[in-house]
Write a protein that binds this ligand. Structure first.
Ligand SMILES: NC(=O)c1ccc[n+]([C@@H]2O[C@H](COP(=O)([O-])OP(=O)(O)OC[C@H]3O[C@@H](n4cnc5c(N)ncnc54)[C@H](OP(=O)(O)O)[C@@H]3O)[C@@H](O)[C@H]2O)c1
Length: 336
């Protein structure tokens, strides 16, 4: 009999979440019913949005009730199947939850095509962070060659993909990241033309001005708050601002009031938020593009890997302290 270790949401965090908000529960894994499969989790994606799911009530998704397994997506191997079209050994992507051996209905699974990428690719450069950057830049940001693009949280999961996609599409990319090591990564490995270490700058707007002397056509915002405000000051005519995330505001008692909105009027610009899940019917389009760039070597994704289910809450906290470089992933079993 297979056991299933699960991380249960035990309390709602008031600040940065951590292990203290979870209990471990060990129970027998459920045998699959008709139309279901028993899975072994290989890896879990850790995303800032999970912090909002730990709240009570509704955000863009319903909060997770206390006492339930933590929600989260990842990749798993089928151990036993009672679902047509799904065989033992198949690899699938699904909302697995933070557990080692979930039993799920097959209709919620997406089978991985290993011809276009290995497991690490499907959680990395073909995963949802990459797909987010793709639709954010191309669809919401209407990116064009030669655009001057600025990306914040540029060394993170979404940010590193946004920098590279924009560069591959012929844009001039400047980036914002925290600390020397991340800035070197963005400049030397991702190919940004300029980088700003916001943690070392007392005047962020001036620093953006130096990094983007001709201004910004497209700002891909992962951070919100004062970083968004400072970026607005540098918008060029008909600039686009893509509101991907606002991680700097997650734990602030008072939301930061944006002061430079008038700049959007002056430049006839626009600012739009989006949610990657709304593009689910078009994920294949993004993945076809990303897989081709992965094959020709123009795209890479750095993974920040932690081993073991118990590391999932630790990893979630790391996102809000800027302790990850690259896409944060929890590895539960061998993915080679
Ligand atoms: N719209 C969508 O559908 C969608 C989908 C996925 C993700 N997102 C959003 O995209 C953003 C990036 O997500 P990710 O998964 O790729 O995470 P990530 O960038 O890998 O990790 C978060 C990074 O944010 C930066 N950060 C944390 N606190 C900050 C603060 N107070 N001020 C400035 N920067 C801070 C840190 O980088 P530094 O050390 O460089 O500061 C940290 O490493 C998040 O805002 C997330 O909510 C949106």
């Amino acid at each position: 009999m297979q056991t299933n270790r699960r991380l249960i949401l035990a309390s709602r965090p008031t600040g940065i979440p951590g292990p203290e908000n979870f209990n471990i529960d060990v129970r027998e894994a459920l045998l699959p019913d008709s139309g279901e499969v028993l899975l072994e989790t290989i890896c879990l994606s850790i995303d800032p949005a999970m912090r909002s799911w730990m709240r009570d009530g509704t955000g863009y998704q319903q909060g997770i009730p206390l006492g339930e397994v933590m929600r989260g997506g990842g990749i798993a191997r089928i151990l036993s199947s009672r679902a047509e079209g799904f065989s033992v050994g198949d690899l699938v992507q699904a909302r697995l939850g933070w557990q080692t051996h979930p039993t799920l209905a097959a209709r919620f699974l997406h089978k991985l095509d290993l011809n276009i990428g290995a497991v690490q690719d499907w959680i990395g450069p073909l995963g949802l962070s990459a797909v987010t950057a793709y639709f954010g830049l191309r669809h919401i940001g209407a990116m064009r060659p030669n655009d001057r693009v600025l990306v914040s949280a540029a060394a993170g999961g979404v940010g590193q993909m946004a920098v590279q996609i924009a560069r591959i599409e012929g844009c001039r990319v400047a980036a914002i990241a925290g600390g020397q090591e991340k800035c070197a990564f963005v400049l030397n490995e991702l190919g940004a033309e300029a980088v700003i270490d916001y943690k070392a700058e007392s005047d962020l707007s001036a620093a953006i001005g130096r990094a983007c002397p001709d201004g910004v056509d497209l700002y891909f915002d992962n951070v919100g708050g004062p970083t968004l405000d400072a970026s607005l000051e540098h918008l060029r005519k008909e600039a686009r601002v893509v509101l991907c995330g606002r991680i700097s505001q997650t734990h602030s008692a008072q939301p930061y009031g944006i002061r430079n909105l008038a700049r959007l009027s002056s430049v006839h610009g626009r600012m739009q938020a989006f949610l990657v899940f709304n593009y689910h019917e078009r994920y294949d389009e993004a993945r076809t593009w990303l897989a081709a760039r992965l094959r020709d070597g123009s795209l890479q994704q750095k993974l920040h890997v932690l081993d073991g289910l118990e590391q999932a809450p630790v990893g979630l906290g790391m996102l809000f302290r800027g302790e990850n470089t690259g896409k944060l992933v929890i590895r539960l079993s061998d993915w080679s």
